[in-house]
Design a protein around this ligand. Structure first.
Ligand code: ATP
Length: 610
């Protein structure tokens, strides 16, 4: 609990002045409240002698109103601080989540991460904002009330203490279990969000497979678990509340009984009995506040553990010198954006026309887990022209593009951009050099324009017109009643597969990368659209490097060079015609059905390579 308090306290960095001000106000409010019974005692004692001075009544009223005003200001300040802490935590979390290493994202559930940024931070807010102040002020309230009770009548106080301690044992038992229950409940909410996200993201698949009921049961199971945790929490809360109630009523009863006898015997005044009674209730109020804030802190610590777990996940470094210092490859720096549409001549020099290819793999080996997916592959992509990666499913083609995009780092070997080891480039530089159109072409919620200018929000209209025409989208935009301002729906569901593909190509072209990577651009297209896109690709390849993955050889038949991959190895390289003659494996790829991975290709691999 003490370490947990330290963690919560560290969240208040930058807000400590506000917390101090709010705590001071609440303390003053509590102090003003503690004074009231003393004045009441004075009023009653004076009344017994037949006169009640008006100033006493006025002072009592003043204290009453003063306390209300001070409490209001303190409450607002706390609420504001809580919101500030929540905002800071969410900003950090959002930033961290968006920069997580791709390898980490691969193994996490997105919905659960969303839930951590959403539900868990809200629980932490409550713990952070209120509980510190409540802890401090209620402690002061308890100490103050105890001191005054001891001063008024130590024996009566001991009796009250006995009653409160009985309740205290019950409450402490319940408090110790709250954190674990809260963590379980929050984890169930995370699981529910993750499964709901999964089902809604694939709503068509769910419907087509008539899986609504099964999904509802699956997601409902998390809701049930959250409910169970909620019920356990309610049980613990309901143990705490009556225990505190018992402490109040028991204390009042004991004080009334024993105090009444003392007043009857004349060993105590009626005023001191009333004051003592008020303090007995005043003791219980901050005590229950103390207990409540301890419970909120426990809940908050449960949620904070989940939030902090995100911060322990490794994020992508900025890139430069990831695997050691800059290699001594003599090259001009890569400039992420050219001046015009075409790769400028200066850039072409940077890119190393001739000896320095736009992208080069040198003996690159890579494994997602333990089994290598790429096994020492080497190839070059010149600054202009089209290079195609072909090979059976699972050969490692998409992995090559993922390594170029720096989503993963090679285990061995080097990747060079324009002759420079990518490890010597910042991620910004490297990702300015290339751009990727993924296999599943994510189109984002928003308008067509939002999607196209995603990487270059300030792009001038002429650039947008150019990428629209380069990607063959001009006609579509003219046909749509709202043109570029047409909403595309979540994940671009309002567009056809081919349109989504072309929107993604236009988006990738707008920041003018030196190298455009296309993963299966024609997978969703019919023969007519495939031919149109092939023309688009030829146009693009005249100005920059184009690296394309295609299952259909017809898409890449005209490529300047084809690289045949199988089982993570380069089997053969050359033009379509060269390969038809030299590579039996390619002949089978091009002509017949694509052979499954490992279809007797290991031995020819050596022969074909040579
Ligand atoms: N994120 C990942 N984590 C673990 N393994 C992966 C991951 N992505 C791909 N793989 C595995 O790596 C191997 C190569 O996959 P890759 O997607 O590169 O093949 P591909 O040649 O592009 O296949 P396809 O033509 O079917 O898209 C496959 O066996 C695949 O299961």
């Amino acid at each position: 609990m003490v370490r947990g308090l330290g963690e919560l306290w560290s969240l208040l960095r930058g807000h400590r002045r506000s917390v101090a001000a709010a705590t001071s106000l609440t303390m003053i409010g509590t102090g003003v409240g503690v004074l009231q019974p003393l004045l009441v005692m004075k009023v009653i004692d004076n009344a017994q002698h037949g006169r009640v001075p008006m100033w006493l009544i006025g002072a009592l009223l003043g204290l009453f109103v003063g306390q209300a005003v001070i409490d209001t200001a303190g409450h607002y300040l706390l609420e504001r601080t809580g919101q500030g802490v929540l905002l800071g935590l969410r900003h950090r979390l959002i930033d961290h989540l968006l920069r997580l290493r791709v390898r980490v994202v691969d193994t996490r559930r997105i919905g659960d991460q969303i839930s951590r940024a959403n539900a868990d931070t809200t629980v932490v807010r409550e713990a952070v904002a209120y509980s510190f102040t409540a802890l401090v002020t209620s402690l002061i309230g308890v100490v103050g009330a105890i001191a005054l009770m001891v001063w008024l009548n130590p024996w009566l106080f001991l009796l009250v203490l006995g009653v409160v301690m009985v309740a205290g044992v019950v409450v402490l038992g319940a408090l110790s279990r709250i954190r674990a229950v809260s963590e379980r409940g929050q984890a169930s909410v995370g699981g529910m969000t993750a499964d709901l996200e999964r089902a809604l993201a694939a709503v068509r698949t769910v419907r087509a497979n008539r899986a609504e009921r099964r999904e509802a049961v699956r997601i409902g199971a998390h809701a049930d678990a959250a409910y169970q945790a909620g019920i356990r929490m309610a049980k613990l809360d309901s143990i705490i509340a009556p225990a505190m109630q018992l402490a109040v009523q028991g204390s009042v009863l004991v004080v009334l009984l024993v105090g009444g006898v003392l007043v009857a015997r004349g060993s105590a005044t009626l005023g001191s009995l009333v004051a003592f009674l008020l303090y007995a209730t005043y003791l219980v109020m901050p005590l229950s506040q103390l207990v409540e804030s301890a419970a909120t802190i426990q809940r908050g610590l449960g949620a904070l553990a989940r939030v902090n777990a995100v911060f322990t996940l490794p994020r992508e470094s900025d890139g430069a010198a990831l695997r050691g210092p800059l290699r001594t490859v003599p090259a001009a720096p890569v400039r992420p954006r050219p001046a015009g549409y075409a790769v400028s001549s200066a850039r072409a020099r940077d890119a190393g026309t001739g000896p320095r290819p736009a992208v080069e793999f040198r003996d690159v080996t890579f494994a997602y887990t333990t089994i290598p997916v790429l096994r020492g592959i080497s190839f070059q992509v010149p600054t202009r022209g089209q290079v195609a990666l072909v090979g059976p499913s699972g050969a490692g083609k998409s992995t090559v593009l993922e390594l170029i995009e720096q989503f993963y780092e090679p285990d061995e070997g080097e990747i060079l951009f324009a002759g420079r080891d990518v490890c010597a480039l910042s991620r910004q530089e490297a990702r300015g050099w290339v751009n990727l159109v993924e296999q599943n072409t994510p189109v984002l919620h928003g308008t067509l324009l939002d999607n196209i200018v995603y990487a270059a929000p300030d792009a001038p209209a002429r650039d947008i017109d150019w990428v629209l025409s380069a990607a063959g989208l001009t006609e579509l935009v003219e046909r749509l009643p709202r043109g570029l301002h047409t909403p595309v729906g979540d994940h671009g569901v309002l567009l056809s597969g081919g349109e989504r593909q072309r929107v993604a190509i236009a988006r990738a072209l707008l920041p003018k990368p030196a190298v455009l990577l296309l993963d299966e651009p024609t997978a969703q297209l019919d023969a007519v659209h495939e031919r149109a896109l092939t023309r688009v690709m030829r146009g693009i390849a005249e100005e920059r490097a184009l690296l394309v993955i295609a299952h259909r050889i017809s898409t890449v038949r005209a490529a300047d060079q084809l690289i045949v991959l199988d089982q993570g190895r380069v089997l053969a390289q050359g033009t379509h015609e060269d390969l038809l003659t030299a590579s039996p494996f390619y002949r089978r790829l091009a002509g017949g059905p694509i052979p499954p991975t490992g279809d007797g290709v290991s031995a020819p691999a050596v022969a074909e390579r040579s």
